[in-house]
Design a protein around this ligand. Sequence first.
Ligand code: GLN
Length: 507
Amino acid sequence: MTQFSEFHSIPALGEALRSRRISAAELAADALRAARGYRDPNVFLHIDDDLTLAQARAADQALADGQAGPLTGIPIAHKDLFVTRGWRTTAASRMLADYVSPFDATVVDHLRQAGAVSLGKLSCDEFAMGSGNENSAFGPVCNPWDADRIPGGSSGGSAAAVAAGLVLGATGTDTGGSVRQPAAYCGVSGIKPTYGTVSRYGIIAYASSLDQAGPLARSARDLVPLLDTMSGFDPQDSTSLESCDGRPNASGRIQADFDAAQSVFQAAGDQPLKGLRIGVPREFFNEGLAADVGAAIESALQVFESLGATRVDISLPRTRLSIPAYYVIAPAEASSNLSRYDGVRYGHRAAQYTDLADMTSRSRSEGFGDEVRRRILVGTYVLSHGYYDAYYLQAQRVRRMIVDDFQRALSQDCDVIMGPVTPGTARRIGDNRQDPIADWLGDIYTLGVSLAGLPGMSIPCGFGGDSGRLPIGLQIVGRYFDEGRLLALADRYQQTTDWHQRTPEHA
Ligand code: GLN
């Protein structure tokens, strides 16, 4: 238990800080104690009290000066894929086991400037490749709802830390589902915004055309200030957007859209979502979907209907193809991005070698784990002469068709899309060790959204699994730049349900 565990939301804790009922320094010290004492030592990969307490003192100064914003003094932490000055940045890889960046990622910088106090670095799958956080070179992370189970991945440490109440917000990255899927498995809320909204500068690259950062927190309302602060145009990232549909990509946009959607809902009285068409893709309810997940999604849809929304049956015919397309494109980009870890420019260098080629080869074999090597092999293969047309180019064509499917649905049939995040609930740690491809198949509902660059979120909508105690997530996907409205919709749902307020017993 931390002092802030009695505050269930960022606005409530922010209010306590601004009214000086609690200081940022006390809060940070308490949060550090809780993080160090937490039963799963693998959630955090690096904690440094001095760095955290210095941020907390700066937050207290801002509070004293009346300069505080909604995040001032709020304890957060960063996925270990964001580079940070001071704290090590390992990408959960032996390759970068002792790497300390000389600069902060733009996201880290934005959150620090907003006064958020970082407790350190959170575990993830190695180079963000995986769906269970088991690919970390520093050991798996446990799901706070059931210690035998995965928290999801790749942002597993982020989801576990929020679910366990160690922080009120955490950064994550989502290349093919890595914010949404762990949020679903850990019963927290998470959002991946439109590609290009949040700067990738200083985020260790996995697949650059897909990588996008987003926050995880208890509720949609908590996600608003986090995402609003994280987003914004950054000239240091060549794919960062200067404008979002004619409006500057700047902090304030998401908050404004959230507020605007809220007031429309409010004005509509007891049918706040009247007129909203929710597309439900029939391909998301195939034989692979577990019955308990399907039932929880159905109940959630009924809540939205009771708020005035209408349900539309839609088709995303290329859903199945998102798996092969993604697992060609992402490894292709990864194989290129990871070429920099050669023991010279970056990364671990083998102690013994005969010549330069041998040094690179040994350094990479020692530094990278199995899954990363698997991805590099696949990526190099699909990009190689003779296979490029058959695999890589073909995957790009399929990607275009997947984008078209979503565009058609969201322009003609519906305003938002809803469905499951995952086919089932969190599996046991170790279950897919012999069959890594099984995890790839589990990404079926999240990959298309990433390939299309659309905003998508996950919010808790029930429990299932054998014990009936494993969280289930509802996925909400919107049009480009619809983040603010998605968050407002999720907030509406969370005002009528309490799934997001449930916390694991023993965390
Ligand atoms: N599970 C997917 C993968 O392994 C997604 C990971 C991610 O979004 N970072 O590539």
